[in-house]
Design a protein around this ligand. Structure first.
Ligand SMILES: [Zn+2]
Length: 398
């Protein structure tokens, strides 16, 4: 009988999973209004936590301040499917090797499903494909963008990146520092991708662990993020689209400096409020939880609040960097600064697209000044009505 390091056999795991999913008394409802069926417990080392019959929650270490990613393993009988992989690196590979030794029971991983392109999600997809002959399933925009980023990694920071920062109000005295950074982080966090993939789209069906799952796309954090909604049981694999405790980065990047990702993000979250059955949410970071609609509402509301602060703050014209005090409480440096700038631009661009912000350019730097009256109750509807933003009605894919 296969036992993992926690000493849980597969039969026991199944019983535990059924008990923990069925018995609300085992978990805790916390201040955020979400119910965590496993309390504070998280998988450690090569241990796993069963979250449903034949579905296991494991964790891969990450070398960043966000120090872990959740991956989900599905027992396919003679092999395993896995959703997401961890980033490339010695620690991630060692974690997979430990899981293989202690939990996989001699069965190969036959399939990797990547929710989206970020290194923590698909960094080891190519490695798992090489080790086990696993296939890779992703959406087209995620696979193609991943390939493009991987191929485009360079040691020198491109001029376009520097220009983007300077036009956003970064002090030109920092240019040498920006140029001394590298531009190959993506390539360093991601093993070479498999040369072929299986495409899924909004509304596609997958079989995983003996259940039917429907792909539900979200945009804004990444171009075509796949969530998986189980049709046979109330389970929802949310990737980075819906996280407890933390908000996902929604950023404008230099390669598409006029992007409006927050319009896509809010529209995607609003649509997901229609996911039926109050499912158990299996997120990529943090703990498994229940309370999808509560969390979606909190996420949208936090952006609506930030938009309001930003609109108030820009009663006089501000550069994007000058808007930070209205959006972020702490001092930002390094990568955090870069992500904050992307987020500030995402909020500014949404307001601009709704005619609530006016932009000027003095030849060097953009400045944004509030116009009109901000009404939070109108934002979601107006964002959805922008060209190219609306997704199919959720009812059309169920
Ligand atoms: Zn991500």
């Amino acid at each position: 009988m296969t036992k993992n390091k926690a000493g849980v056999s597969k039969g026991e795991a199944k019983a535990l999973a059924q008990a923990s999913v069925a018995d609300h008394r085992r978990g805790v409802v916390e201040d955020d209004g979400l119910w965590y069926p496993h309390g504070d417990a998280v998988p450690e080392g090569s241990t796993v936590i069963p979250v449903a019959d034949g579905v296991y929650w494991a964790r891969m270490p990450l070398p960043w301040s966000l120090d872990h990613i959740n991956v989900y393993l599905f027992d396919e009988g003679d092999s395993w499917s896995v959703v997401d992989t961890g980033s490339m690196g010695k620690r991630g590979i060692a974690a997979w090797e430990a899981l293989e030794a202690d939990f996989l029971g001699g069965k190969p991983i036959s399939r990797v499903i990547g929710t989206h392109l970020h290194p923590d999600h698909i960094g080891l997809a190519g490695w798992l494909a090489e080790r086990f002959g696993a296939s890779l399933t992703m959406t087209a925009l995620e696979y193609m963008t991943a390939s493009n980023l991987w191929m485009g990694g360079t040691k020198e920071v491109p001029d376009n990146e520097i220009e983007f920062m300077l036009k956003s109000g970064v002090d030109p005295q920092f240019e040498p520092m920006m140029r001394s950074a590298r531009f190959d982080n993506y390539r360093r966090g991601v093993h070479q991708l498999p040369p072929r993939y299986i495409r899924v789209e909004d509304g596609s069906d997958l079989m995983l662990g003996g259940r039917r799952w429907r792909v539900v796309i979200g945009r804004g954090h990444s171009p075509e993020h796949a969530c998986l909604s189980c049709l046979d049981e109330p389970l929802f694999i949310s990737g980075d689209q819906v996280l407890p405790n933390i908000t996902s980065n929604v950023s404008v990047h230099a390669r598409e400096p006029e992007a409006n990702p927050l319009a896509h993000w809010i529209t995607s979250l609003e649509r997901m409020k229609g996911i039926p059955g109050d499912p158990l949410v299996l997120p990529s970071h943090g703990r498994v939880f229940k309370g999808l609609e509560t969390r979606l509402t909190a996420l949208v509301d936090s952006h609506l609040g930030k938009l309001k602060s930003l609109h108030d703050w820009c009663s006089e014209a501000r550069t994007p960097v000058e808007t930070f005090p209205s959006l972020f409480r702490r001092k930002l440096t390094g990568m955090d600064f870069y992500m904050a700038l992307g987020e500030a631009l995402a909020h500014l661009h949404l307001l601009e697209s709704l005619s609530l912000m006016k932009r000027t350019f003095d030849g060097d730097v953009y400045r944004f000044e509030a116009v009109g009256t901000y009404d939070a109750s109108l934002v979601a509807g107006q964002a959805k009505a922008l060209p190219g933003v609306a997704l199919r009605e959720l009812a059309d894919i169920y």
